[in-house]
Design a protein around this ligand. Sequence first.
Ligand SMILES: *Cc1c(COP(=O)(O)O)cnc(C)c1O
Length: 424
Amino acid sequence: MNFINSREFARALDANDALAHYKSEFIFPKIKGKNAIYFTGNSLGLQPRSAGKYVDDIMEDWANLAVEGHFQAEKPWWDYHERFSKKLGKLVGAKPEEITVMNTLTVNLHLLMVSFYNPEEKRYKIICEEKAFPSDQYMIASQVKFHGYDPADAVVEVKKRPGEHHFRTEDILKKIEEVGEECALVLIGGVNYYSGQVMDMKTITKAGHAVGAKVGWDLAHAAGNIELELHDWDVDFAAWCSYKYMNSGPGNASGCYIHEKYHGRTDIPRFEGWWGHNKERRFLMEPHFQPEPNAHAWQISNAPVLALAPYLASVEMFDEVGMPALIKKRDLIVAYLEFILHEIDREVKGNFEIITPPKQEDRGTQLSVFLHGEGKELFKYLMENGVITDWREPNVIRLAPAPFYCSFEDMFEFGQILKRGILE
Ligand SMILES: *Cc1c(COP(=O)(O)O)cnc(C)c1O
């Protein structure tokens, strides 16, 4: 498509957008009395209007039914978490049995590493990407230390080549082969949080398995953003937070995927609790743990239903729309934003560098822009003038036009504000 940097053109794209009406299903922060242009759905998604009702329903059931709400609530609390499995499974390409929702992301990755990182004398190393999200770095280092290893030896980072912004799949594969039978686990972010690069999860998973390692993915920036086929890719395990693209609310629960080949097994190490026990016998209070025959076996505690409620509201919206429609709009709006960035760059004789991969198949919703020569003042200017972006040192802004609630006119408007911010 030949794009034009004009309000009329942007409005025409909006008029053609089958998802345009979803914008009004979300609540926007206001800046100077106007709805903000929101680019930080990759950090904290906006609140769906339906979320409040899901929370209120639980508050009401609690008031009216108290303890009876566990079984008598309209959506009973004792198996509330099971309501996610089918819909989330569809969103991430997994069978319903392979999905559960619990805790928060880093906690879940720790729990999954209890099951899937079992170092032995020779095979004890973990491969991850350099400059992984800090929580992942701390988590991986603390796991290897817990097992008595030195992170300097047991954690192997794949590096980008000097002067390049992306990881090359061939370099990851080479590293996996190099570490070979010493590799216990490959654990990488499926979409890089800094650059927005989408990893070739299928190929990397296969390569990890070829050397006998387990392969897990941190899908914090992938869930609700890109197409995933976790089951078909034979991924061992994965987890994601739900408050980024999935719009579930601050600090909210994490989704987990565990391949079905590990279900029902009692020989897998796992930290266990009563919510993972055979559902039908959970309240008989028996002494020995019998795992649920699915991913729910990894549950530990009572489900935090008040937190899960807005997540469920959001998952139902995702289910209604489906990833293919979101991805279709995503690719168009990201391409339009990219075009506008290049246009403004040309007009102001700037020096922007988009460090997100240029090919559609290597990126999702996020464009990370290196603003050579522009400082943090520009970021502040954008914020004061109605555009919420995200700043990363040294001078990168990350722009994620979430297809659910960003419009093409937002992209045009952003370009105009950006231009004024640079020229003023
Ligand atoms: C956002 C993010 C996290 C956050 O972890 P929490 O446990 O939810 O605080 C972890 N890892 C990655 C890659 C992230 O992008």
